[in-house]
Design a protein around this ligand. Structure first.
Ligand code: PLP
Length: 226
């Protein structure tokens, strides 16, 4: 089932990319609320990038799975949890405040690592969604030299949970334009190369908006219990 899903999704990603004339994005398997056994199945199909949204769940899984997995933290990150993931995390997709940036810097320095992050922008402008505003993102990029152990490689966004393609696409597209604009800021800490947009229900639209990473859970593993 999982193997078949992955095969189909990979085919669709290639088809959509061809349809819109873009480079195919990387597939990140969102394994939150799914078992170690199922993650291993996806791994055995060649998937090496996995996304989790809760620190506790993530650190309970990591020791039981292959060491060459790239773990992506895609959910809200509380500052008091940074210390649990900084040693091994591959990329944090949910940098959304200077307070969090400060803490990542502190922990990264302690472990002599440079942490790859994406700034999460609240592209749907809904109050209950995580992420900062476009203005705050610009501010964080400007302040980055004060946080030398942090790199920003791009942006992450979650589109509104509605069934209107136009609205979803416009939210993705605005982030893509911003991403393109920020490419001019390139320096040792800013290297705009990743646009993490697209989930199971909207990844075709994300690919159309030049996504470089799609984060798919349900489409790979089936429905979650929560
Ligand atoms: C859960 C989650 C996903 C995956 O959602 P699906 O609809 O199951 O593909 C992607 N991104 C984030 C931030 C998530 O929390």
């Amino acid at each position: 089932m999982i193997a078949e899903n992955i095969r189909l999704i990979q085919e669709k990603i290639l088809n959509f990319s061809e349809k819109y004339g873009v480079e195919p994005p990387k597939l990140i398997a969102v394994s939150k609320n799914h078992s170690i056994e199922n993650i291993q199945i996806a791994y055995d199909c060649g998937i090496r990038d996995f996304g989790e949204n809760r620190v506790q769940e993530l650190i309970s899984k990591v020791p039981h799975l292959p060491k060459d997995i790239h773990w992506h933290l895609i959910g809200k990150l509380q500052t008091n949890k940074v210390k649990y993931i900084v040693e091994f995390i591959y990329m944090i997709h949910s940098l959304d405040s200077e307070k969090l940036l400060k803490e990542i810097q502190k922990q990264a320095e302690k472990h002599q690592r440079v942490i790859q992050t994406l700034i999460q922008i609240n592209i749907s402008n809904e109050n209950q969604k995580n992420g900062c505003s476009y203005e705050e993102a610009e501010y964080l990029l400007k302040e980055l030299p004060n946080y030398p152990n942090v790199k920003v490689l791009g942006f992450m966004g979650i589109a509104e949970d509605i069934n209107v393609s136009n609205v979803i696409f416009e939210q993705f597209q605005k982030l893509w334009y911003f991403f393109e604009k920020c490419k001019s800021l390139q320096n040792e800490q800013i290297f705009m190369q990743e646009l993490s947009i697209g989930m199971s229900g909207d990844y075709e639209l994300a690919i159309k908006a030049h996504s470089t990473m799609v984060r798919l859970g349900t489409a790979i593993f089936g429905n979650r219990k929560y």
